[in-house]
Write a protein that binds this ligand. Structure first.
Ligand SMILES: Cc1ncc(COP(=O)(O)O)c(C=O)c1O
Length: 455
């Protein structure tokens, strides 16, 4: 690479990364060439190139300066996050250290050994046939679903699944979609982005309130998390499941089932998907984000027949279909039973982590109570009453402990016992213990604050 190009690259990278700040005056070409031991022409050429690209400005008299336009935005400083995170108990992440690297590699090798060249084209926006076949078998067997390969659409995760459905509903004239409150903010945002109004419906200890849902005169669909409500971790009761299906059938409304972590159940077999009860009323969403890793960006929709064509069209207009090699690898992992093996392994690991969390909470904060422990990758931890959730979260942040208050998931403010949504899956046991001990300190600090200070 010619010297002037090397110099250009270095300066460009420094400007982009903000190491050279806007308006910084660069050394005169003569000075820099002497310092670097290169010909002056080399520096001049580099400067001229960067001026032409807009990274530098050269105004007679004021020398060569870093242009303002090339600067990255200044890093946002969140005061609550000023202390680096030492223990992260926020929910959402599976154990990334347990991604089945070796099994994925073996499956990838098999795919490249066996797949015909034609498999690397993407002919069908609904996804690779091999994956839809493997998924239909897996969902029917492991999740109690009632689906078939042609009812499935592979997407880049539950998030894209919700987006495709929301746009399809909107095109069909829908205006309002009920969502759980508290609930997953990403889904609310995706629904609103598609031009629909997310309508918050409260959640109780059996799942979304069927009574509150009935009070809504017009909603065109409802998005629920029956296996393990996000974020309260409640499993939807059989009665509530039946009520929900009955409501959807009466109103001819769609239930969107987000089965984001349904595979993880620790006390008995996982609860079957709601979709199995009423396949014609339920659009089922699944994802590898909790089972393997969110970075894969792979998920699936199992759809009632009338939605298949319109949703496939939305998917095709989005991206013509998902990346095909990862789809084939996942299909291989499912059909070779490696995915089942991984799930069994992870259930053991998560159960152990959950037990450590519960034991430590019991001894460090005896007046806290954990719930939603039978399933999933996160638990709801009710803090001692009368404390301010926000004050506890802030005290934790100041000590390098990242936690999320239940309030962050609510649309309608409710005065209830303060609570945290604790993700324990991606945290090794020692850190979990450390995290809970730090949390105990925070509870004491907030408790000791005088009344009137935010408690
Ligand atoms: C409630 C809920 N649904 C779905 C997902 C997964 O979304 P995706 O499959 O787009 O990664 C998550 C991940 O955090 C979640 O918490």
């Amino acid at each position: 690479v010619p010297l002037h190009s090397q110099l250009e690259r270095k300066l460009r990278a420094d400007i982009r990364a903000g190491r050279l700040l806007a308006d910084t005056r660069l050394p005169a070409s003569r000075t820099l060439s002497r310092e670097l031991g290169v010909a002056r022409g080399c520096v001049v050429e580099a400067y001229e190139q960067l001026v032409a690209e807009g990274f530098l400005t050269a105004r007679g008299g004021s020398g060569t300066r870093v242009a303002t336009i090339a600067q990255p935005p200044p890093p946002r400083r969140d005061p609550a996050r000023a202390t680096p995170v030492a223990v992260d108990l926020r929910p959402g992440m599976p154990s990334l250290a347990h991604f089945p690297r070796a099994a994925w590699l073996r499956a990838t090798r098999r795919v490249f050994q066996r797949a015909p060249d034609a498999a690397f084209a993407s002919y069908d926006a609904r996804g690779a046939e091999a994956l839809r076949e493997a998924l239909a078998g897996y969902l029917n067997r492991a999740r109690g679903a009632a689906t078939e390969p042609d009812s499935l659409i592979v997407c880049t995760g539950a998030t894209q699944g919700v987006a495709l459905l929301a746009r399809t509903l909107r095109r069909g004239g829908a205006t309002r979609v009920a969502v759980e409150d508290p609930g997953y903010p990403v889904h609310r945002a995706v629904i609103a982005h598609a031009g629909l109004e997310p309508v918050p419906v409260p959640v109780d200890d059996q799942g979304i309130s069927a009574t509150a849902l009935r009070e809504q005169a017009t909603v065109d669909a409802v998005v629920v998390t029956p296996a393990h409500q996000y974020p309260t971790a409640v499993g939807m009761s059989p009665t509530r499941r039946a009520e929900l299906v009955e409501w959807a059938q009466e109103r001819e409304t769609l239930i969107v089932e987000d089965d984001y972590d349904g595979e993880f159940r620790y006390d008995r077999q996982p609860l079957g998907a709601l979709q199995g009860l009423a396949p014609e009323r339920v659009a089922y969403l699944g994802s590898v984000s909790k089972v393997l890793a969110p970075g894969l960006r792979l998920g699936w929709l199992a759809l009632p027949a009338p939605l298949l064509g319109p949703v496939a069209e939305e998917k095709a207009l989005d991206d013509l279909g998902c990346e095909v090699i990862a789809q084939l690898v996942l299909a291989d992992l499912i059909s070779s039973a490696e995915l089942d093996r991984q799930l069994r392994r992870m259930r053991r690991i998560y159960k152990r982590r959950r037990d450590v969390l519960v034991d430590e909470l019991r001894s460090a904060i005896p007046d806290a109570a954990a719930s939603g422990l039978a399933a999933g990758l996160q638990a709801l931890v009710l803090l001692p009453p009368d404390l301010s959730e926000r004050a506890v979260v802030a005290a934790a942040a100041a000590r390098g402990l990242a936690v999320t208050g239940l309030g962050e998931y609510r649309v309608e403010p409710v005065r209830t016992r303060p609570a945290l949504v604790i993700g324990y899956a991606n945290v090794v046991e020692e850190r979990l213990v450390r995290g809970v001990r730090t949390l105990a300190e925070c509870v004491e600090v907030v408790r000791a604050q005088p009344a009137g200070a935010e408690r």
